[in-house]
Design a protein around this ligand. Structure first.
Ligand code: SAM
Ligand code: SF4
Length: 431
């Protein structure tokens, strides 16, 4: 029996998909290269924007047609939680599983092979998937979930309703999983959660967890995402500056540079506070890379509000950003507000911000030219017929350089010769 998993959405879904693959492998199934060769096709979905849902639905329709006779199509993730049995109307869909029921996937697959249709969107606060040394699907970079759900109430966001309230994972489980990844060859571990700064378990907060993880994994890079500007604090920055293996990167979603809009988004911080965190992080960790998310066209966002976002965005000199048009999500507070920024104006604002992002991100990358950077070698890549290697810097940029594949998975030193957008090219130092 073979499985095929396709993933949409955020790092949580990437993590969940790897865990599903891990448990299916333990159940005796093997991976299929294509959906056509699979007995179980999993589509792990995202509900954050309507566009993401439309893409997944189009793909579910297509997979329903392409799947081999008798194959089981499973829709998992946030859309499964949100839409439930409605998804059974798509050809081939026999399993609809919310984010808390994946550990039962193998058993449900057998029931579906026997003809059942299974809907499981029940809630479960425990972390059913535990550490495993045998799984090799991560490669050199892996994620460890430190919490699930989110207890914030950002007015535009569907995550709390589909993923539930925040639950922090016991620190010992986090540590065990991080150690298991390291034993399985992972050299760069990211601690993930919707708002990692809100992590709290038995009196252990996020900075203590980060510190302990970095201490237990001395030869491994440690990262974290996503940070929240309301909860991010000096103690996290202090750990980042003190621990040599905690990488210099903070993903800190801004969402808007207008205090008026931030308040309507219910984000719980002002741009002054945001500026304070960035200033303090750059002072303590000079090479820190700051990346962000921004939403344009939120209900009531005036041209003036957008100009404030643009000006603040330019001032922050982000290393890169994900930028989105506001998309009303069912059941959220913002969906009850008039979606009054016309689509063409949303598109215009988005294009203006993307243009600015290209310039600031390129300028930040250009500053690295001439520097010697630590790079984790990830993969081989052929460019213009020449075999090359790609790797990742501590500040999370990709680097292309020539070298032998024998150094895959190793930390090497690369002298940066040129930059293009957020990508860098260089050459190995000392051969
Ligand atoms: N927990 C993270 C945070 O606090 O920013 C990420 C949540 S979400 C999975 C990723 C990004 O999607 C958000 O940062 C936000 O910019 C964007 N997003 C969320 N809801 C949205 C909506 N309704 N319309 C447009 N973009 C949205
Ligand atoms: Fe959504 Fe806000 Fe929670 Fe992020 S912090 S997942 S944007 S509610």
């Amino acid at each position: 029996m073979r499985y095929y998993v396709e993933t949409y959405g955020c790092q949580m879904n990437v993590y969940d998909s790897r865990k599903m693959e891990e448990s299916l492998t333990a159940d005796g199934l093997s991976a299929s290269e294509s959906p056509e060769g699979a007995d179980l096709i999993v589509v792990n979905t995202c509900s954050v924007r309507q566009h993401a849902e439309n893409r997944a639905l189009a793909r579910i329709r297509e997979l329903g047609k392409r799947a081999s006779e008798g194959a089981v199509l499973a829709v998992c993730g946030c859309m499964a939680q949100r839409m439930g049995s409605e998804l059974f109307k798509y050809k081939g869909v026999r399993l609809v599983l919310g984010p808390d029921s994946y550990s039962k996937l193998g058993g449900y697959f057998r029931s579906a092979r026997d003809g059942a249709k299974v809907l499981d969107t029940s809630r479960d606060d425990s972390f059913r998937f535990q550490a495993s040394d045998s799984y090799r699907g991560w490669g050199v970079r892996g994620f460890v979930s430190i919490m699930k759900g989110c207890s914030n109430s950002c007015s535009y966001c569907i995550v709390p309703s589909v993923r539930g309230a925040a639950v922090s994972r016991p620190p010992e489980e986090v540590m065990e999983e991080a150690l298991a990844l390291s034993r399985a060859g992972v050299k760069d571990v990211t601690l993930i959660g919707q708002n990692v700064n809100a992590y709290c378990h038995g009196g252990v907060g996020f900075s203590a967890l980060l510190d302990a993880t970095a201490e237990r994994l001395p030869g491994t890079r440690v990262r974290f995402t996503t940070s929240h500007p309301r909860d991010m604090n000096e103690s996290v920055i202090e750990v980042m500056s003190r621990r040599g293996n905690v990488c210099e990167h903070v993903h800190l979603p801004l969402q808007s540079g207008s205090d008026r809009v931030l308040e309507r988004m219910n984000r719980g911080y002002s741009k002054e506070r945001y500026r304070g965190i960035v200033t303090s992080a750059r002072r303590a960790v000079p090479d820190v890379s700051i990346t962000t998310d921004v939403i344009v066209g939120f209900p009531g966002e005036s041209r003036q509000d957008f100009e404030e976002t643009r000006s603040f965005f330019g001032e922050m000199e982000f290393d890169s950003a994900f930028m989105f048009k506001f998309s009303p999500r069912p059941g959220t507070q913002a969906a009850r507000l008039a979606d009054d920024v016309p689509l063409d104006e949303k598109e215009k604002r988005l294009a203006e911000l993307i243009e600015l992002e290209r310039r600031t991100a390129s300028a930040r990358s250009a500053r690295l030219v001439g520097r010697e950077l630590e790079v984790l070698v990830e993969a081989r890549k052929v460019k213009d017929g020449v075999p090359m290697l790609t790797g990742r810097t501590r500040c999370n940029r990709t680097v292309l350089f020539e070298g032998s594949s024998e150094i895959s998975g190793k930390l090497v030193s690369v002298k940066i010769d040129s930059s293009r957008g957020v990508s860098l090219s260089g050459r190995l130092v000392n051969g």
